[in-house]
Design a protein around this ligand. Structure first.
Ligand SMILES: NC(=O)c1ccc[n+]([C@@H]2O[C@H](COP(=O)([O-])OP(=O)(O)OC[C@H]3O[C@@H](n4cnc5c(N)ncnc54)[C@H](O)[C@@H]3O)[C@@H](O)[C@H]2O)c1
Length: 390
């Protein structure tokens, strides 16, 4: 399909847009060049307090509704961000004021079910991590999206940072030589507001490890097998919504990944890590992602979700130097506004649902490896390299 055919294939009906499946999966899925993407936000808890200010400022977004099963939260967010309507249930949201894209900021365990409902209703979906609660459920959602002529994407947005782009380009151009290994870590003392982080299908891997797994697979490519150790270090917690709870999902994790390239990387994540930089990441000036090749060593300074620069030493310049120090254009909460921009401009985003599914498969494989005491092979892949370096 050429550009002219694409433009004529996009049919607009009133406020809502209809896009043919052929267009949606040709990678060109523009909703309307002149309009904003109408979004409905479901889940008005902690993270919505970061998403909504960002979305409100985006030139590509119009927030038409918010929803939460705790309706007082939806009401408060609607008032705070001038959102015309709020709903107490997804059924009412989907049947109510028309929108194009659902932004899912609910409890992790609810993601698959709510995303399915939105896709069935013909909505595009952006979902906080994880995209679904299992690899198979995620695969079904992608197939469902395809059959409905829409798309689904999932957090995190780490591949959008200039620091990721810098590291990827050094690797892709061969300047690091043969990549042998990499390490990444991210943890803190765990959220204290909601129990779901510690319940079955919660855990530090889909909440925190997911950032590092996305970064390392994004840099080094698909993983073919995984060995992991996971455990629960703090069996009881006190959280705001349920008081004293028993922890069911891992709060301490270490994963070893063999990439298809032969590189071996590892990530550590957990809810028992003292972290002086907390939820804002401000002031973290130590490396949290390191990549080692035969011609260079490279360290991402700060967290991959809040990077500040990249330190690089190579065979040609052994003295470490700092690059990619520009922090203006990237924030971790930008994934939803980025896909809205793509829906308007037709430019394919770097964030890719197959990549999210691969990350989900790694998390499942890590749990299987721990449960069965063995190395687990993976089946999924994703488009790699993430960034085409010239
Ligand atoms: N809080 C953060 O700093 C942060 C950062 C990045 C990503 N995330 C991710 O964002 C998601 C939400 O995390 P949070 O910290 O905002 O949790 P939260 O508990 O503060 O908020 C979740 C909200 O979703 C609502 N909800 C649950 N089920 C629902 C349903 N079926 N329909 C409508 N509303 C429903 C809850 O009532 C609650 O208000 C998680 O996937 C988490 O991993 C959180």
């Amino acid at each position: 399909m050429n550009r002219k055919e694409f433009i004529t294939d996009v049919t607009l009906t009133g406020a809502a847009a209809i896009i043919s499946p052929a267009v949606a999966h040709a990678g060109l899925f523009r909703i309307n060049q002149d309009k904003k993407v109408k979004v409905g936000v479901i889940g008005c808890g902690s993270v919505s307090g970061v998403y909504l200010p960002h979305l409100s400022k985006s030139a590509f977004v119009e927030i038409v509704s918010v929803c939460d099963i705790k309706p007082e939260r939806a009401k408060a967010r609607a008032e705070q961000f001038n959102v015309p309507v709020y709903y107490p249930h997804i059924d009412e949201m989907l049947a109510g004021k028309s929108f194009d894209l659902m932004i899912n900021l609910t409890n992790m365990q609810e993601h698959g079910r709510l995303n399915r409902q939105a896709l069935i209703a013909g909505k595009y979906v952006w979902c906080e991590k994880p995209l679904a609660n299992s690899y198979n459920e995620g695969r079904e959602l992608l197939d469902l999206a395809k059959s409905k002529g829409v798309r689904i994407w999932g957090a995190p947005a780490v591949v959008n940072s200039p620091q990721f782009a810098f590291m990827a380009s050094k690797i892709n151009k061969g300047e690091m030589g043969k990549i042998a290994g990499a390490h990444a870590h991210y943890g803190h003392l765990g959220p204290d507001w909601s129990a779901f982080f510690y319940e079955n299908l919660g855990g530090s891997l889909p909440d925190l490890g997911v950032y590092n797994i996305t970064t390392l697979t994004g840099l080094l490519g698909p993983v073919k097998s995984v060995v992991a150790m996971l455990n629960i270090l703090t069996p009881e917690r006190i959280v705001e919504d349920k008081g004293k709870i028993r922890v069911e999902a891992e709060d301490n994790a270490s994963i070893l990944m063999e990439h298809q390239s032969g590189a071996i990387s590892n990530i550590m994540s957990g809810f028992n890590y003292f972290d002086p930089y907390g939820h804002t990441g401000t002031g973290q000036d130590k490396p949290t992602v390191s990549v080692f090749g035969s011609k260079g060593a490279m360290h991402l300074i700060g967290y991959d979700w809040k990077p500040f620069s990249v330190e690089l030493a190579t065979i040609d310049h052994e003295e470490p130097q700092r690059f990619a120090t520009d922090t203006r254009d990237y924030v971790w909460e930008m994934g939803a506004s980025t896909v809205c921009e793509s829906l308007i401009t037709g430019k394919e985003p770097l964030i890719n649902a197959e990549h999210s599914l691969h990350v989900l498969e790694i998390i499942e494989a890590a749990r299987k490896s721990q449960a069965e005491g063995r190395r687990v092979e993976l089946k999924s892949i994703f488009p790699y390299p993430v960034i085409q370096s010239k």
